[in-house]
Design a protein around this ligand. Sequence first.
Ligand code: SF4
Ligand code: SF4
Ligand code: FES
Length: 238
Amino acid sequence: MAVVTLKINDRDLAVEAGATVLEAAQAAGIHIPTMCHLEGITDVGACRLCLVAIAGIPKLLPACVTQVSEGMKVLTHTPEIEEFRRMTVEMLFAEGNHICSVCVANGNCELQDMAIEVGMDHTRFFYQFPQREVDVSHDRFGIDRNRCIFCTRCVRVCDEIEGAHVWDMAGRGSQSKIIAGLDQPWGEVSACTSCGKCVDACPTGAIFRKGSTVAEMQRDRAKLEFIVNARKNQEWTR
Ligand code: SF4
Ligand code: SF4
Ligand code: FES
């Protein structure tokens, strides 16, 4: 096993070559905020919340998709990075309709937790008030695209773990949206097995179980981790 040495903040670390900066930090107990990252599925660097500063590189890089290299010097929490993270969260709130007081995920929402973590108490951006489609055609689940932050966790979980590939991203810029099948009502997509993995993966109240009301949505993230590791650990029940 080839090993790479690097420094993250004031810590000297040795990690396996090919690891990402995020993996190196997590192994050392150094916290880097993440949103689109989900253990067990491919990283895509969509949310930019895990940006870090690397000596000699003029721009900030996402830790989840940046591989470690020998002698790398990484800073995870400079004033510039913290301001950038706060601004990113403010933009996420301004781009959607995140009315926490009436959201099924209130109190169980990773976006809400992130706002607290980065110290956001208001947004400096104009609210866009998008009017995106709400789809409750599925027997058990619904999607309110107004709460979507385009992390694509649902897309990747359904594709890589369930193997159903129900979800995709369509459109560009402000017209971007998550679509089911060929932009069909979710309930009409025969590939959906109703496994609920996308429900557990969604960080906000965008994908929800029908019948949940304000603050009632609980996610079972441990289920996804169990499924991802079941084969490796030869554990088939939990
Ligand atoms: S319920 Fe399962 S199969 Fe259906 S869209 Fe969600 S992850 Fe895919
Ligand atoms: S529906 Fe949820 S999981 Fe899917 S992209 Fe939007 S926020 Fe992410
Ligand atoms: S967690 Fe790295 S870009 Fe989203």
